[in-house]
Write a protein that binds this ligand. Structure first.
Ligand code: NDP
Length: 501
């Protein structure tokens, strides 16, 4: 009797709890395993199809920014090493790669694309531990995009004479490519895939803080049977980058990174006939009209600035909201910010991972302090941050004026500056009030207004009712201090062909 009563009471209590709204949305940890990844204690340089000790004799550590633990040490390429890499690339260019029929080159690039897909999980974990980005982003965004870029450009390799009517497609020679730390393997793909497809050979320098996936890529080129010297990798810091970009036997320099370094490279190459393309910083305007689908726009804004901790050149870091919906929009945005999960990048539930380096964290902190000092109002949700590692709470500023540093300078972190506007003309004027011109976003339910805005906003890409959408077939690049040249799509081939600019 007593048991039966106990059972009934239990059923009743289960039913009533099922009807109660669930207010606790916390997630149990769901950590991706690192067992799939093997990291060597030390890596050499990848030159002429093999890993070698650096002539410099020097190495630097690469660490996990979420734990501050050393993952490995990596060779520093000095002048002799960069020379050797460029010579190997020159020999491979002359000895066969440039004359190989496109249909044969394509086979290597397709093979690389398939091997990237096969090793996608491993590469995603490696990208996350070396750079701090959430595993759900490296797994669901970076790696699929990396493979897609290799597939896309493999498809062009035997069709180059149809890509640009009237242009006889001829490769330039040796491409020296320098990439940043925010999308390490994806930036490699954006640069290496079109260069190889067009018959050029490559020397690549990854960023100092994120060399591991580029080193794994070098292993993939061995497994794919890519002829020695077609792809070479020189690791090191800015000095190594400068040795490569200034090397007299490099025919083409492709750089993605800060505007300051982009300008330095441009001065370095002044007077030379080395071809140059620059993909630099941004301070994108994200414009929300009163007739926008508000809840979708909130998601777009969150994606626009908190994706990859805001370490994104096209991040929507300046938000312009039409005045009559400003307060409503800000309230909703604050509520949404409070649900973002910040922490262990290997946890599959994490939305915002670790800041890439202590230097970058310091830069973000300094600019946020300037925002407070200049009178903007800061909002940060309550957030438990891990004890070790480099972290920054998702942040928004209201009451921002256009002269504030936080609305002018690239913060490259999870920090949003919010301003308002009344008319479309005012939105355009404010959106364009920046030295940059990489990207922009507009949210409205009127198609004509989207076209009107897109015509007037000075940005290489304008997203409408969405943000951060990428496709290998779509060109990407900037105006003004955001650089020049387009990567991606058919246009991306032009960077690596003679007679094309
Ligand atoms: P950098 O521009 O310094 O780094 C980009 C790449 O260039 C890295 O591989 C770097 O090497 C290399 N490099 C540095 N100096 C030289 C040089 N003189 N010649 C040739 N190559 C060089 O960016 P940071 O990492 O210092 O970041 C600073 C700021 O730049 C960020 O806060 C952000 O605002 C912006 N940035 C913008 C990016 C974008 O995609 N638009 C990407 C990265 C940064 P190493 O890293 O080893 O020093």
């Amino acid at each position: 009797m007593e048991t039966e009563l106990g059972h009934e009471a239990e059923v009743e209590s289960r039913e009533s709890s099922a009807l109660k709204p669930r207010l606790d949305w916390s997630y149990a940890p769901s950590r991706e395993s690192t067992d799939i990844v093997t990291v060597e204690e030390r890596y050499g340089l990848f030159i002429d199809g093999e890993f070698r000790d650096p002539k410099s004799g020097e190495y630097f550590p690469t660490i996990d920014p979420a734990t501050e633990e050393k993952l490995s040490e990596v060779a520093v390429a000095g002048p002799d090493d960069v020379d050797a890499a460029v010579s190997a690339a020159r020999a491979a260019f002359e000895d066969g790669w440039s004359q190989m029929p496109g249909v044969e080159r394509a086979k290597y690039i397709f093979r690389i694309a398939r091997m990237i897909q096969e090793r996608a999980r491993e590469l995603a974990v490696l990208e996350t531990v070396d750079g701090g980005k959430p595993i759900k982003e490296s797994r669901d965004f970076d790696l699929p995009q990396v493979a897609a870029n290799f597939f896309y450009y493999a498809g062009w390799a035997d069709k180059l004479e149809f890509a640009f009517p009237g242009l006889r497609p001829e490769p330039l020679g040796v491409a020296g490519q320098v990439i940043p730390w925010n999308f390490p393997l994806l930036m490699l793909a954006w640069k290496v895939a079109p260069a190889l497809a067009t018959g050029n050979t490559v020397v690549l320098k990854p960023a100092e803080t994120t060399p591991l996936t580029a080193l794994a890529f070098a292993e993939i080129t061995i497994e794919a049977g890519l002829p020695p010297g077609v792809f070479n990798l020189v690791t090191g810091a800015g000095d190594t980058g400068a040795l490569l970009t200034g090397h007299p036997d490099v025919d083409k320099v492709a750089f993605t990174g800060s505007t300051a370094v982009g300008k330095a490279i441009r001065s370095q190459l002044a007077g030379s006939d080395t071809r140059l393309s620059l993909e630099l910083g941004g301070k994108a305007a994200h414009v929300i009209f009163e007739d926008a689908p508000i809840d979708q726009a909130i998601e777009g804004v969150v994606n626009g600035i908190f994706f990859n901790q805001g370490h994104v050149c096209c991040a929507g870091s300046r938000l312009f909201v039409q005045e009559n919906i400003h307060d409503l929009f800000v309230d909703k945005l604050k509520a949404r910010l409070s649900t973002l999960r910040v922490g262990d990048p290997l946890d599959k539930n994490t939305d915002v991972g670790a800041i890439n380096s202590p230097q970058q964290l310091q830069k973000i902190q300094e600019l946020v302090e300037s925002g407070i000092a200049e009178g903007a109002e800061i909002f940060q949700p309550a957030c438990d941050l891990p004890e070790r590692g480099f972290w920054f709470v998702p942040t928004l500023f209201t009451g921002v004026s256009q002269s504030h540093r936080i609305s002018q300078e690239e913060i490259f972190g999870p920090v949003l500056s919010i301003m308002s506007f009344r008319t479309p003309e005012e939105a355009v004027e404010k959106a364009n009030n920046t030295p940059y011109g990489l990207s922009a976003g507009v949210w409205t339910s009127k198609g004509s207004r989207i076209l009107w805005m897109a015509d007037r906003m000075k940005a290489g890409v304008v997203w409408a009712n969405t943000y951060n959408k990428f496709d290998p077939a779509s060109p990407f690049g900037g105006y003004k201090e955001s650089g020049f040249g387009r990567e991606g799509g058919r246009h991306g081939l032009l960077n690596y062909l003679k007679g094309a600019h």
